[in-house]
Design a protein around this ligand. Structure first.
Ligand code: GLN
Length: 381
Protein backbone atom coordinates (compact mmCIF):
# COMPACT_ATOMS: atom_id res chain seq x y z
CA UNK A 1 0.00 0.00 0.00
CA UNK A 2 1.28 3.43 -0.88
CA UNK A 3 0.91 5.74 2.13
CA UNK A 4 -1.33 8.76 1.66
CA UNK A 5 -0.81 11.92 3.66
CA UNK A 6 -4.39 13.06 4.04
CA UNK A 7 -5.10 16.69 3.26
CA UNK A 8 -8.18 16.43 5.47
CA UNK A 9 -7.15 14.07 8.27
CA UNK A 10 -10.05 15.06 10.53
CA UNK A 11 -12.72 14.79 7.84
CA UNK A 12 -14.84 11.70 7.42
CA UNK A 13 -17.74 11.06 5.04
CA UNK A 14 -20.27 13.88 5.15
CA UNK A 15 -23.12 13.26 7.60
CA UNK A 16 -25.71 13.70 4.83
CA UNK A 17 -24.35 10.69 2.99
CA UNK A 18 -23.98 8.66 6.19
CA UNK A 19 -27.55 9.23 7.37
CA UNK A 20 -29.17 8.85 3.94
CA UNK A 21 -27.33 5.54 3.53
CA UNK A 22 -28.51 4.37 6.96
CA UNK A 23 -32.08 5.37 6.12
CA UNK A 24 -31.88 3.38 2.88
CA UNK A 25 -30.33 0.36 4.62
CA UNK A 26 -32.93 0.28 7.39
CA UNK A 27 -35.93 1.38 5.32
CA UNK A 28 -36.45 4.38 7.63
CA UNK A 29 -38.30 7.52 6.59
CA UNK A 30 -35.50 9.82 5.50
CA UNK A 31 -35.83 13.25 7.09
CA UNK A 32 -32.04 13.58 7.26
CA UNK A 33 -30.42 14.92 4.08
CA UNK A 34 -32.28 17.95 2.79
CA UNK A 35 -34.22 17.01 -0.33
CA UNK A 36 -37.88 16.72 -1.31
CA UNK A 37 -39.57 13.32 -1.62
CA UNK A 38 -41.93 14.67 -4.29
CA UNK A 39 -41.06 15.32 -7.89
CA UNK A 40 -40.00 18.51 -9.61
CA UNK A 41 -42.55 20.15 -11.97
CA UNK A 42 -43.32 17.93 -15.01
CA UNK A 43 -43.27 21.01 -17.30
CA UNK A 44 -39.64 21.51 -16.33
CA UNK A 45 -38.81 17.89 -17.15
CA UNK A 46 -40.54 18.34 -20.54
CA UNK A 47 -38.42 21.43 -21.18
CA UNK A 48 -35.25 19.39 -20.55
CA UNK A 49 -36.44 16.74 -23.03
CA UNK A 50 -37.19 19.44 -25.54
CA UNK A 51 -33.79 21.06 -25.03
CA UNK A 52 -32.09 17.71 -25.65
CA UNK A 53 -34.17 17.14 -28.79
CA UNK A 54 -33.38 20.68 -29.90
CA UNK A 55 -29.68 19.89 -29.78
CA UNK A 56 -28.56 21.46 -26.49
CA UNK A 57 -26.17 18.55 -25.98
CA UNK A 58 -22.65 19.95 -26.28
CA UNK A 59 -20.60 22.00 -23.85
CA UNK A 60 -22.28 25.11 -22.58
CA UNK A 61 -20.09 28.21 -22.45
CA UNK A 62 -17.78 28.03 -19.44
CA UNK A 63 -19.81 30.57 -17.42
CA UNK A 64 -23.18 29.07 -18.40
CA UNK A 65 -25.70 29.53 -21.22
CA UNK A 66 -26.25 33.24 -21.80
CA UNK A 67 -30.04 32.76 -21.92
CA UNK A 68 -29.90 31.38 -18.38
CA UNK A 69 -27.53 34.04 -17.07
CA UNK A 70 -29.89 36.68 -18.46
CA UNK A 71 -32.82 35.14 -16.61
CA UNK A 72 -30.78 34.97 -13.40
CA UNK A 73 -29.95 38.64 -13.79
CA UNK A 74 -33.64 39.52 -14.24
CA UNK A 75 -34.60 37.41 -11.21
CA UNK A 76 -31.94 39.05 -9.01
CA UNK A 77 -33.03 42.51 -10.09
CA UNK A 78 -36.69 41.74 -9.38
CA UNK A 79 -36.02 40.20 -5.98
CA UNK A 80 -33.26 42.43 -4.62
CA UNK A 81 -33.12 45.50 -6.86
CA UNK A 82 -29.53 44.63 -7.79
CA UNK A 83 -28.19 44.57 -11.34
CA UNK A 84 -25.69 41.81 -12.09
CA UNK A 85 -24.13 41.80 -15.54
CA UNK A 86 -24.78 38.36 -17.12
CA UNK A 87 -21.55 38.63 -19.04
CA UNK A 88 -19.17 39.31 -16.17
CA UNK A 89 -20.95 38.83 -12.84
CA UNK A 90 -22.93 35.57 -13.06
CA UNK A 91 -21.62 32.00 -13.38
CA UNK A 92 -23.74 28.85 -13.51
CA UNK A 93 -22.35 26.16 -11.19
CA UNK A 94 -22.89 22.49 -10.44
CA UNK A 95 -24.98 23.35 -7.37
CA UNK A 96 -24.44 25.56 -4.35
CA UNK A 97 -21.63 23.45 -2.92
CA UNK A 98 -19.49 23.92 -6.04
CA UNK A 99 -20.09 27.68 -5.95
CA UNK A 100 -19.00 27.71 -2.30
CA UNK A 101 -15.87 25.63 -2.93
CA UNK A 102 -14.92 27.66 -5.99
CA UNK A 103 -15.28 31.01 -4.23
CA UNK A 104 -13.14 29.84 -1.32
CA UNK A 105 -10.46 28.41 -3.61
CA UNK A 106 -10.43 31.55 -5.74
CA UNK A 107 -9.47 33.98 -2.98
CA UNK A 108 -8.21 32.14 0.11
CA UNK A 109 -4.42 31.86 0.39
CA UNK A 110 -2.46 29.84 2.96
CA UNK A 111 -2.82 31.33 6.46
CA UNK A 112 -5.73 33.59 5.50
CA UNK A 113 -8.35 33.55 8.24
CA UNK A 114 -11.98 32.84 7.47
CA UNK A 115 -14.74 33.40 10.01
CA UNK A 116 -17.59 30.90 10.04
CA UNK A 117 -20.59 30.58 12.34
CA UNK A 118 -21.27 27.18 13.81
CA UNK A 119 -23.35 25.10 13.51
CA UNK A 120 -22.23 25.46 9.88
CA UNK A 121 -22.76 23.51 6.67
CA UNK A 122 -19.93 21.00 6.65
CA UNK A 123 -18.32 21.98 3.33
CA UNK A 124 -17.07 25.40 4.48
CA UNK A 125 -14.35 24.33 6.91
CA UNK A 126 -12.98 21.58 4.67
CA UNK A 127 -12.76 23.88 1.65
CA UNK A 128 -10.94 26.51 3.72
CA UNK A 129 -8.48 23.93 5.09
CA UNK A 130 -7.78 22.51 1.62
CA UNK A 131 -6.64 25.99 0.58
CA UNK A 132 -4.36 26.24 3.62
CA UNK A 133 -6.67 28.78 5.24
CA UNK A 134 -7.38 29.01 8.95
CA UNK A 135 -10.93 28.40 10.14
CA UNK A 136 -12.04 30.84 12.83
CA UNK A 137 -15.32 29.49 14.05
CA UNK A 138 -17.73 31.21 16.35
CA UNK A 139 -20.32 29.02 18.03
CA UNK A 140 -23.86 30.35 18.06
CA UNK A 141 -26.14 29.52 20.96
CA UNK A 142 -29.48 27.75 20.75
CA UNK A 143 -32.37 28.31 20.61
CA UNK A 144 -32.06 31.51 18.54
CA UNK A 145 -28.54 31.19 17.12
CA UNK A 146 -28.09 34.98 16.80
CA UNK A 147 -24.69 36.23 15.67
CA UNK A 148 -22.88 38.01 18.54
CA UNK A 149 -21.42 40.85 16.48
CA UNK A 150 -19.25 42.19 19.28
CA UNK A 151 -17.48 38.82 19.32
CA UNK A 152 -17.12 38.88 15.54
CA UNK A 153 -15.42 42.24 15.86
CA UNK A 154 -12.95 40.75 18.33
CA UNK A 155 -12.18 37.84 16.00
CA UNK A 156 -11.08 40.09 13.15
CA UNK A 157 -7.34 40.44 12.62
CA UNK A 158 -5.14 41.71 9.80
CA UNK A 159 -5.31 38.15 8.41
CA UNK A 160 -9.11 37.97 8.19
CA UNK A 161 -9.89 37.53 4.51
CA UNK A 162 -13.45 36.25 4.49
CA UNK A 163 -16.64 35.92 6.51
CA UNK A 164 -19.04 33.14 5.52
CA UNK A 165 -22.72 33.81 6.10
CA UNK A 166 -25.66 31.53 5.53
CA UNK A 167 -29.19 32.88 5.69
CA UNK A 168 -31.59 31.13 5.98
CA UNK A 169 -29.20 29.03 7.97
CA UNK A 170 -28.63 25.32 7.65
CA UNK A 171 -29.21 23.58 10.09
CA UNK A 172 -30.85 26.07 12.48
CA UNK A 173 -33.42 27.79 10.28
CA UNK A 174 -32.39 31.19 11.64
CA UNK A 175 -32.26 34.19 9.29
CA UNK A 176 -30.30 37.43 9.19
CA UNK A 177 -32.29 40.52 10.17
CA UNK A 178 -31.78 44.10 9.00
CA UNK A 179 -30.03 44.77 12.32
CA UNK A 180 -27.55 41.97 11.55
CA UNK A 181 -26.90 43.56 8.17
CA UNK A 182 -26.24 46.96 9.76
CA UNK A 183 -23.77 45.38 12.20
CA UNK A 184 -22.07 43.50 9.38
CA UNK A 185 -21.72 46.64 7.27
CA UNK A 186 -20.18 48.52 10.20
CA UNK A 187 -17.67 45.70 10.75
CA UNK A 188 -16.46 45.21 7.17
CA UNK A 189 -16.50 48.82 6.00
CA UNK A 190 -13.00 49.90 5.00
CA UNK A 191 -11.61 46.36 5.49
CA UNK A 192 -10.31 44.03 2.76
CA UNK A 193 -12.70 41.27 3.78
CA UNK A 194 -14.69 39.19 1.33
CA UNK A 195 -18.08 37.74 2.13
CA UNK A 196 -19.21 34.35 0.97
CA UNK A 197 -22.96 34.35 1.34
CA UNK A 198 -24.60 30.96 1.09
CA UNK A 199 -28.14 31.89 0.08
CA UNK A 200 -29.30 28.54 -1.25
CA UNK A 201 -32.50 28.77 0.84
CA UNK A 202 -33.26 32.35 -0.31
CA UNK A 203 -36.91 31.57 -1.11
CA UNK A 204 -37.57 29.63 2.07
CA UNK A 205 -38.22 32.52 4.45
CA UNK A 206 -41.40 32.45 6.52
CA UNK A 207 -43.92 34.56 8.41
CA UNK A 208 -43.78 37.40 5.90
CA UNK A 209 -40.13 38.17 6.62
CA UNK A 210 -37.73 39.35 3.92
CA UNK A 211 -34.62 37.53 2.77
CA UNK A 212 -31.61 39.74 3.50
CA UNK A 213 -29.52 39.05 0.42
CA UNK A 214 -26.05 40.60 0.27
CA UNK A 215 -27.13 41.76 -3.20
CA UNK A 216 -29.39 44.39 -1.65
CA UNK A 217 -26.58 46.36 0.01
CA UNK A 218 -23.84 48.00 -2.14
CA UNK A 219 -21.29 47.95 0.71
CA UNK A 220 -21.76 44.17 1.07
CA UNK A 221 -22.39 43.35 -2.54
CA UNK A 222 -19.06 44.74 -3.73
CA UNK A 223 -17.24 42.15 -1.57
CA UNK A 224 -19.63 39.19 -1.85
CA UNK A 225 -19.77 35.90 -3.61
CA UNK A 226 -23.41 34.81 -3.39
CA UNK A 227 -24.12 31.09 -3.82
CA UNK A 228 -27.62 30.11 -4.97
CA UNK A 229 -29.20 26.73 -5.75
CA UNK A 230 -31.83 25.79 -8.33
CA UNK A 231 -32.28 22.47 -6.55
CA UNK A 232 -34.17 24.17 -3.74
CA UNK A 233 -36.08 26.39 -6.14
CA UNK A 234 -37.40 23.65 -8.41
CA UNK A 235 -37.42 20.66 -6.02
CA UNK A 236 -34.68 19.12 -8.14
CA UNK A 237 -31.65 18.71 -5.85
CA UNK A 238 -30.38 15.86 -8.03
CA UNK A 239 -29.82 18.14 -10.99
CA UNK A 240 -26.98 19.84 -9.15
CA UNK A 241 -27.37 23.25 -10.74
CA UNK A 242 -26.94 26.59 -9.08
CA UNK A 243 -25.07 29.80 -9.66
CA UNK A 244 -22.75 32.36 -8.18
CA UNK A 245 -23.19 36.12 -8.24
CA UNK A 246 -20.19 38.38 -7.66
CA UNK A 247 -18.84 41.73 -8.85
CA UNK A 248 -16.71 41.43 -11.99
CA UNK A 249 -13.29 41.60 -10.28
CA UNK A 250 -14.23 38.73 -7.96
CA UNK A 251 -16.00 36.77 -10.66
CA UNK A 252 -12.90 36.91 -12.85
CA UNK A 253 -10.96 34.97 -10.17
CA UNK A 254 -13.92 32.67 -9.54
CA UNK A 255 -14.01 31.65 -13.18
CA UNK A 256 -10.29 30.90 -13.23
CA UNK A 257 -11.02 28.09 -10.77
CA UNK A 258 -14.44 27.13 -12.12
CA UNK A 259 -13.04 26.44 -15.61
CA UNK A 260 -10.69 23.77 -14.24
CA UNK A 261 -13.03 22.36 -11.63
CA UNK A 262 -16.03 21.58 -13.85
CA UNK A 263 -15.40 23.72 -16.95
CA UNK A 264 -19.14 24.07 -17.51
CA UNK A 265 -22.43 22.66 -16.26
CA UNK A 266 -24.76 20.34 -18.18
CA UNK A 267 -26.40 22.15 -21.07
CA UNK A 268 -29.97 20.85 -21.53
CA UNK A 269 -30.94 21.58 -17.96
CA UNK A 270 -29.60 25.10 -18.26
CA UNK A 271 -31.71 25.64 -21.38
CA UNK A 272 -34.80 24.27 -19.64
CA UNK A 273 -34.33 26.36 -16.51
CA UNK A 274 -33.78 29.50 -18.60
CA UNK A 275 -37.18 28.97 -20.20
CA UNK A 276 -38.94 28.00 -16.99
CA UNK A 277 -37.58 30.98 -15.01
CA UNK A 278 -39.30 33.42 -17.37
CA UNK A 279 -42.42 33.01 -15.25
CA UNK A 280 -41.73 34.48 -11.82
CA UNK A 281 -44.72 32.60 -10.39
CA UNK A 282 -42.51 29.54 -10.35
CA UNK A 283 -40.73 30.91 -7.29
CA UNK A 284 -43.23 33.44 -5.93
CA UNK A 285 -45.26 30.71 -4.22
CA UNK A 286 -42.35 28.94 -2.52
CA UNK A 287 -42.44 30.64 0.91
CA UNK A 288 -46.13 29.78 1.37
CA UNK A 289 -45.62 26.24 0.04
CA UNK A 290 -42.85 25.46 2.52
CA UNK A 291 -44.35 27.42 5.40
CA UNK A 292 -47.38 25.15 5.21
CA UNK A 293 -45.06 22.13 5.51
CA UNK A 294 -43.16 23.69 8.39
CA UNK A 295 -46.39 24.44 10.27
CA UNK A 296 -47.79 21.00 9.56
CA UNK A 297 -44.67 19.25 10.86
CA UNK A 298 -44.36 21.51 13.91
CA UNK A 299 -47.99 21.01 14.72
CA UNK A 300 -47.59 17.24 14.54
CA UNK A 301 -44.58 17.30 16.85
CA UNK A 302 -46.44 19.34 19.49
CA UNK A 303 -47.69 16.03 20.88
CA UNK A 304 -44.16 14.63 21.15
CA UNK A 305 -41.55 14.95 23.90
CA UNK A 306 -39.25 16.90 21.60
CA UNK A 307 -38.95 20.66 22.10
CA UNK A 308 -39.28 22.65 18.90
CA UNK A 309 -36.67 25.29 18.21
CA UNK A 310 -37.64 28.36 16.17
CA UNK A 311 -37.61 27.97 12.37
CA UNK A 312 -37.76 31.19 10.38
CA UNK A 313 -36.40 29.79 7.14
CA UNK A 314 -34.80 26.83 5.29
CA UNK A 315 -36.47 23.43 5.14
CA UNK A 316 -35.14 22.21 8.43
CA UNK A 317 -36.75 21.94 11.82
CA UNK A 318 -34.44 21.50 14.80
CA UNK A 319 -35.70 19.87 17.97
CA UNK A 320 -34.17 19.51 21.41
CA UNK A 321 -34.43 16.12 23.10
CA UNK A 322 -33.09 17.21 26.48
CA UNK A 323 -36.29 16.02 28.22
CA UNK A 324 -35.96 12.56 26.71
CA UNK A 325 -32.39 11.28 27.11
CA UNK A 326 -28.75 12.21 27.77
CA UNK A 327 -27.48 10.25 24.79
CA UNK A 328 -25.12 11.90 22.33
CA UNK A 329 -27.01 13.33 19.37
CA UNK A 330 -25.00 11.22 16.90
CA UNK A 331 -25.92 8.03 18.81
CA UNK A 332 -29.54 9.02 19.19
CA UNK A 333 -29.95 9.87 15.50
CA UNK A 334 -28.74 6.37 14.64
CA UNK A 335 -30.90 4.72 17.30
CA UNK A 336 -34.05 6.57 16.23
CA UNK A 337 -33.36 5.56 12.62
CA UNK A 338 -32.96 1.90 13.56
CA UNK A 339 -35.58 1.57 16.29
CA UNK A 340 -38.26 4.05 15.27
CA UNK A 341 -37.65 4.29 11.52
CA UNK A 342 -37.04 8.03 11.12
CA UNK A 343 -33.65 9.37 10.03
CA UNK A 344 -32.47 12.82 11.13
CA UNK A 345 -29.18 14.72 11.28
CA UNK A 346 -27.35 15.21 14.60
CA UNK A 347 -26.54 18.91 14.83
CA UNK A 348 -23.12 18.22 16.41
CA UNK A 349 -21.99 17.29 12.87
CA UNK A 350 -22.09 21.02 12.05
CA UNK A 351 -19.49 21.94 14.70
CA UNK A 352 -15.72 21.55 14.37
CA UNK A 353 -15.63 20.48 18.03
CA UNK A 354 -18.69 18.23 17.65
CA UNK A 355 -20.49 20.41 20.23
CA UNK A 356 -23.57 18.55 21.35
CA UNK A 357 -26.57 20.59 22.55
CA UNK A 358 -28.80 17.50 22.23
CA UNK A 359 -30.47 18.75 19.09
CA UNK A 360 -31.57 16.88 15.96
CA UNK A 361 -32.43 18.34 12.55
CA UNK A 362 -35.38 17.09 10.50
CA UNK A 363 -36.08 18.04 6.87
CA UNK A 364 -39.77 18.83 6.31
CA UNK A 365 -39.61 19.18 2.50
CA UNK A 366 -41.72 16.04 2.25
CA UNK A 367 -45.18 14.93 1.16
CA UNK A 368 -47.92 15.23 3.76
CA UNK A 369 -48.18 11.41 4.03
CA UNK A 370 -44.46 11.20 4.76
CA UNK A 371 -44.69 13.85 7.45
CA UNK A 372 -47.74 12.09 8.94
CA UNK A 373 -45.92 8.77 9.09
CA UNK A 374 -42.79 10.34 10.54
CA UNK A 375 -44.74 12.23 13.20
CA UNK A 376 -46.68 9.08 14.13
CA UNK A 377 -43.34 7.38 14.84
CA UNK A 378 -41.67 10.34 16.53
CA UNK A 379 -44.45 10.86 19.07
CA UNK A 380 -43.82 7.31 20.34
CA UNK A 381 -40.34 8.29 21.51
N1 GLN B 1 -27.62 20.82 2.02
C1 GLN B 1 -28.17 19.52 2.22
C2 GLN B 1 -28.48 19.30 3.67
O1 GLN B 1 -28.09 20.07 4.50
C3 GLN B 1 -27.26 18.41 1.79
C4 GLN B 1 -26.38 18.68 0.66
C5 GLN B 1 -25.50 17.51 0.37
O2 GLN B 1 -25.76 16.41 0.83
N2 GLN B 1 -24.47 17.77 -0.32
O3 GLN B 1 -29.12 18.34 3.98
Amino acid sequence: MIPVTSKLPQTGTTIFTVMSALAAETGAINLSQGFPDYDCPPELVDLVTRAMKDGFNQYAPMAGLMILREQISIKTEKLYGATYNPDTEITVTAGGTQAIFTAISAVIHPNDEVIIFEPAYDSYASAIKLMGGIVKSLELEPPDYRIPWDMVKRLITSKTRMIILNSPQNPTGSILSKTDIDELIAIVKGQDIFILSDEVYEHLVYDGQEHQSMARYPELRKRSFIAVSFGKLFHSTGWKIGYCLAPANLMQEFRKVHQFLVFSVNTPMQAAIAEYLKDENVYAGLPAFFQQKRDYFRNGLKNSRFKLLPCQGSYFQCVSYQDITDEKDADLAIRITREFGVASIPVSAFYSKATDHHILRFCFAKRQETLDKAVERLIKI
